[in-house]
Design a protein around this ligand. Sequence first.
Ligand SMILES: *Cc1c(COP(=O)(O)O)cnc(C)c1O
Length: 254
Amino acid sequence: MSEAAMPDQERVGVLTDAITHVREKVAAAAKRNVVNAPVVRLVAVSKLKPASDILGLYKTCGQEHFGENYVQELVEKAKVLPAEIKWHFIGSLQSNKCSMLAEIPNLYAVETVDSLKKARRLNDARPAGMSPLNVFIQVNTSGEASKSGLAPGADVDELAAYIARECARLTLKGLMTIGSVAMSQASGHGAALENTEFAVLVAQKARLEAALGLSGLELSMGMSEDYERAIAQGSTSVRVGSLIFGARPPRNGH
Ligand SMILES: *Cc1c(COP(=O)(O)O)cnc(C)c1O
């Protein structure tokens, strides 16, 4: 049951042009990095943007993956948008919201798992009749106090082992990070400079795969300002918002 309305033709045109541009850049960056990232998923980050924008991109451009930051907003949008949409929860995760999230049938992934408790709650709440829920462990690669996520190292290994071995309703899909603005500006898009925070995530993944005997873990890293750089370093899933939808309104203003 889909109830959201389509945006007007002008808005459809703006969104189509924007996502086409980003898709071309993603494909070109992925092609340059044949070793690490043959296929890169583009998650369109639609937080604080109307459901009509999402419907327009889905119907006109076939865009299926969308990212949202607020549980209530995601629940409301999921109700009025096509069930084929694959939602990513990318906001900071609270334990008491885990069950509400896990019950959304077309939730594709929770990208911000950073504790055993939250993993357990998601696992317990994911209904048996639904497919297992993909999860990414959020890693704080910049060390900024303002950022969620586990410090790289043993804590990540421990949580990954817990999810892989004890959470039958979850699938450990990969690792996610939000780079610092300073590092993003210093390394930029096309520049040859390595983003050392992204490099930390790459190293963490290699270490984890070796320690747990896993393979094929994904890396969710890169946003509007640095997704090409992230792909150059091996990202398989980029989260791009403002470049597709335009600047966001302040959260309280909506
Ligand atoms: C808002 C957000 C994005 C998108 O940011 P843009 O700079 O608009 O591309 C990506 N990832 C996370 C975790 C976000 O909160």
